[in-house]
Ligand binder design. Structure first.
Ligand code: ADP
Length: 185
């Protein structure tokens, strides 16, 4: 399956429970990618553009205005060459994605990362439980075709490096595939 943007650059969704390493992966991937990629940290994007309906102080989280978010993202995604970094992915239309990476992390490591981030206890517990229950992985698998969903462990820096190397390989293959079909057509 290919997205509308396939002639420009791939659209890669990096998803996973908060703290699994999405932003860290996206930043390294931008540096290492053979094709220029624009990193959209969707949480930050929502805050910067005010694409939320309310803010919950107790949970320290925003209720996103999903329609407005999709409207804002559509032209960016259509231009291609994008990494969408967010803790959920089922909202994005299936046609957008060329690759969906789901990062996974051992729950005790994840707990430490979220504690360091200063999350309230119940938010740490909620996210930890979601990671154990594979909530984001299930969501990705039920929203996108199986062939484009990849689950990757993100526990140490060696994982980070090998995951990014693997995505770079995927980008090279993706590009070679496009070049071949252009020659044939
Ligand atoms: P997310 O974007 O998924 O919320 P971050 O990329 O902000 O997660 O990472 C959360 C914390 O965990 C950061 O301090 C980051 O350095 C660390 N981290 C994430 N992935 C790894 C990894 N594979 N190896 C070591 N540290 C990691």
């Amino acid at each position: 399956m290919s997205s509308e943007s396939s002639s420009k650059g791939p659209v890669i969704i990096i998803t996973g429970t908060p703290g699994t390493g999405k932003t860290t992966h996206a930043q390294l991937l931008v540096e290492e990618s053979p094709i220029p990629l624009k990193h959209i940290n969707v949480g930050e994007f929502v805050k910067e553009k005010g694409l939320y309906e309310s803010y919950d102080d107790e949970w320290q989280s925003y209720t996103v205005d999903e329609d407005r978010l999709l409207d804002e993202l559509e032209p960016i995604v259509s231009a291609g060459g994008v990494i969408l970094d967010w803790h959920t992915c089922e909202l994005f239309p299936e046609r957008w994605a060329d690759l969906v990476v789901v990062l996974r992390c051992d729950h005790s490591k994840l707990w430490d990362r979220l504690e360091k981030r200063g999350y309230p206890l119940k938010k740490i517990q909620e996210n930890n439980e979601a990671e154990i229950m594979e909530v984001v992985l299930d969501e990705a698998r039920s929203s996108y075709s199986q062939e484009i969903v990849v689950e990757l462990k993100s526990e140490g820096t060696e994982d980070l490096e090998s995951n990014v190397a693997r995505i770079v390989q995927w980008i090279n293959a993706w590009r070679a595939d496009r070049e071949t079909s252009n020659v044939e057509s």
